[in-house]
Design a protein around this ligand. Structure first.
Ligand SMILES: C[S@@+](CC[C@H](N)C(=O)[O-])C[C@H]1O[C@@H](n2cnc3c(N)ncnc32)[C@H](O)[C@@H]1O
Length: 301
């Protein structure tokens, strides 16, 4: 059954429900765990298990001691910001931590008062739902293709690519040694060694990796981790080495936004074409359309 056939069948069924029962049936459809289970797979459960393992190895903010510069950059943001790694913490986990007093969604505006305002949240990884959207809805079939995650951090993109796609090879390049060790542990534990490989390196010394990839993921990769001059150099390196015609580039935020903040004058329309993504989709009760619409997909011309 395709989408419109399923919609017609549901409408026809709902047309037979007694009008007084209809609100209850619709409410059940919106909130029932049975419906939620239809959207949950073994792959989702495996990713949740990996997130549990990683949470046990990391502090709540999921940043490590060697990320001094990134921590300073984030502390200098104008609005108070909370690090919540979206791969490790879904909405339910955040609620539990708030209840236990280990996390707060608000900050005190004048110390000692009860006046509070919501904190800005900053994640350094995609959430499981965003990854499901990426591999099941945004990207085409990846059979026979190589994917490269630039700044692979906890490895979330690589593990999701393993369980949600048929990509032949999933490579990560990560500048931080502590995160490379963590990824190696997970890759071994879950037997992902046949398709996943992580390189501990600065991506700007990895021409061959960039030039050979069919899909390249750049999720908030440079902004908080490099100074402006280094960011500009890194983007120019991306532009010089991502040249394979038809190669797909996934970015958060858009290339336009990253380039405008750094005043990089690369004519984007001569390099890539943006592919519109349909984010009007239900992937589970935590689906965040706003977060999905931050994901941009480009094809190299
Ligand atoms: C926001 S995280 C991306 C996480 C992951 N790709 C995801 O989507 O879940 C960015 C990562 O890029 C790494 N990074 C920053 N500059 C890099 C560089 N020049 N080469 C390799 N990794 C870099 C940082 O250490 C950080 O772990």
């Amino acid at each position: 059954m395709d989408v419109s056939q399923a919609q017609n069948a549901i409408l026809s069924l709902l047309g037979q429900v007694a009008p007084s029962a209809l609100p209850k049936v619709i409410q059940w459809m919106k909130t029932s765990s049975e419906i939620e289970e239809l959207t949950t797979s073994n792959a989702d459960i495996l990713l949740h298990n990996i997130a549990d393992d990683l949470r046990n190895c990391l502090p709540v903010e999921a940043m490590v001691g060697s990320e001094k510069e990134a921590v300073e950059n984030i502390q200098s943001l104008q609005r108070p910001t909370l690090h919540v790694d979206a791969f490790l913490y879904d909405e339910d986990t955040i609620d539990s931590l708030c209840e236990e007093g280990k996390m707060s969604r608000n900050y005190c505006m004048s110390c000692g008062s009860t006046k509070t305002a919501p904190l800005d949240f900053l994640s350094h990884s995609f959430s499981i739902l965003e990854l499901k959207f990426l591999f099941h809805h945004a990207l085409p079939d990846l059979s026979g293709k190589n994917l490269l995650d630039v700044g692979s951090r906890l490895g979330a993109v690589l593990y999701a690519g393993y369980v949600y796609s048929s990509a032949s090879k999933l490579e990560g390049v990560e500048i931080n040694a502590e995160f490379c060790d963590l990824q190696e542990k997970i890759i071994k534990k879950y037997n992902f060694t046949d398709r996943i490989q992580v390189h501990h390196s600065d991506v700007c010394s990895q021409k061959t990796l960039l030039q050979g990839a069919d899909v390249v993921v750049l999720n908030n990769v440079f902004e908080y981790f490099l100074n402006k001059e280094e960011q500009t150099k890194a983007w120019i390196f991306m532009h010089e080495n991502l040249r394979k015609k038809g190669c797909l580039i996934v970015t958060v935020p858009s290339l336009e936004e990253s380039f405008s903040k750094l005043q990089i004058n690369i004519p984007l329309s001569e390099w890539v074409e943006e592919i519109e993504l349909d984010t009007d989709i239900f992937l589970g009760p935590d689906t965040d359309q706003e977060a999905l619409s931050d994901i941009h997909l480009y094809k190299i011309l």
